[in-house]
Write a new protein. Sequence first.
Length: 327
Amino acid sequence: MTDHASLYHLARLALAPHALHDAHCRLISISENVIFRIDASGGMRYALRLHRPGYHDVAEIGSELAWLDALLTTGLDVPRPLPARDGTRILTLPGTDAPPRHAVLFAWMEGTEPTTDIDPVAFRRLGRITARLHAHSRAWERPMGFTRKAWIPATMTGSDALWGQWQTVPGMDMTARDLIAHCLTRVGTELAQYGTRPHRFGLIHADLRLANLLVSGAETRLIDFDDCGLSWFMQDLAAALSFHEDHAQAPRWVDHWLKGYGSYGQLETADLRILPALVIQRRIQLLAWTGTHRHTAQVRSLGTDWLARTLDLCRAWDRGQLFRHIG
């Protein structure tokens, strides 16, 4: 059930337990998940998320919502999950010709998605917010049964990669495979040396890219915690550059993010030095993702030279020229 009519039918099923039978549904995003804007009587507005079938189970989604609940008590502007009339927050919708889908309703968050034209100084705000997020993560006692995916080499770019295999991307030849494999071997070595001590590795957002931010005046809001999981804290900066790692403004974005982060949290020299390895690993993960989503508008928008540009980044990183101004 992936055609629009079927998705709207599922949305209606999800809204019924919330007593939103007469609300207006508008499909606003189809990616890993499906997002609807819901306009109800009295000017109330919501966001309905239909989860990708078979990706997160109820325990994983419940763990995400538990973290959001905890973050909301700190004053951070993050999505607020809403219960149905019976108190249930995760609804499971039956599938007829497809697996069941889970659904969650959130309070609507105002703001606009920034583009690459964003003022680089806005990354300073993002860095400070991310530092607050990480401080909470380090101090928070996760509830019993908490479970989220781990974003490590095996699940990002290795044999257990959750977003696809980079080796099968169209246009990949032996020279490209050898270069990427060489880079990933080096990445694995550097990450093993960097280690997973609690101040370096923990629960993160894991997808803090421009598409998952909402800017409203001086406020920067974090949305879409669907990929939150266990990884290196500096991975949140690598993710902030997603799809734009070779943008001319990327070094300035990084500088401002680091200044913002440093205004609230502390970073060691080792944290700065590991960033290029995390950036190149993320880029290769996204390369694999484009291979499994090559018919989507987002992948088409990347251009036909996406693989070539990725290989250029790999060469730059291997020569020590990727973000060499930091650390």
